[in-house]
Design a protein around this ligand. Structure first.
Ligand code: ITT
Length: 190
């Protein structure tokens, strides 16, 4: 069996295949070749469904997608669903610089990563959401991961930033790891 991954983000493809591979043995993961659909939804769940439905409609295959982002309390929840294009350029470094600038020397630095994981096939739509709590650093630390990882210290990683975790360590505790492990339990088996 084949499942198409409705994402254009290579970092997500790597994390998703690592997380889901062992849980869905025998399943081949194919990257969707279609254009990225417009994410007009107002929630992580709505945007994840838009991406998975587009990949399913394009290929006829069961599809999985992820919509995710970082929610910063002192910024009223920004960048949230706008995380990928927060600075307007789509560049992770620009997004991190803008986040640090907007947060300034705020004392409340609590934040969480959110992931909506969805599975779409003919007559089936499954949605699972998970969060990963932590705080925003005053400066980047670590070279691993992607996006906001070098700025985020999870509450459950011994004080290391998400960018200082190995891929396996991150997947074991991250928003994406938790959401997709819950999703995998519900995915229909052939
Ligand atoms: P697709 O829509 O094609 O899947 P995307 O990168 O545009 O790719 P999103 O709209 O879901 O995906 O935006 C997710 C953004 O949130 C991502 O670009 C990062 O900036 C941030 N993000 C999500 N998960 C992250 C993680 O595990 N580590 C660091 N940053 C993350």
């Amino acid at each position: 069996p084949t499942i198409v991954l409705g994402t254009g983000n290579a970092h997500k493809v790597a994390e998703l295949t690592a997380i889901l591979g062992p849980l869905l043995p025998g399943v081949e993961f194919l990257r969707s070749e279609g254009p990225s659909p417009v994410e007009y939804g107002k929630t992580f769940e709505a945007n994840a469904l838009i991406k998975a439905r587009a990949a399913h409609e394009l290929t006829g295959l069961p599809a999985i997608a992820d919509d995710s982002g970082i929610v910063v309390d002192a910024l009223g929840g920004a960048p949230g669903i706008h995380s990928a294009r927060y600075a307007g350029t789509g560049d992770d470094g620009d997004n991190r610089r803008l986040l640090l600038e907007r947060l300034g020397d705020a004392t409340d630095r609590t934040a969480r990563f959110v992931c909506a994981a969805v599975y779409v096939d003919e007559g089936v739509e499954l949605v699972r959401r998970a969060e990963w709590e932590g705080v925003i650093l005053p400066a980047e630390r670590g070279e691993g991961g992607f996006g906001y990882d070098p700025l985020f210290v999870p509450d459950d990683a011994d004080g290391r930033s998400a960018g200082e975790l190995s891929a396996d360590e991150k997947n074991a505790i991250s928003h994406r790891g938790k959401a997709f492990r819950a999703l995998a339990e519900a995915v229909p088996r052939p």
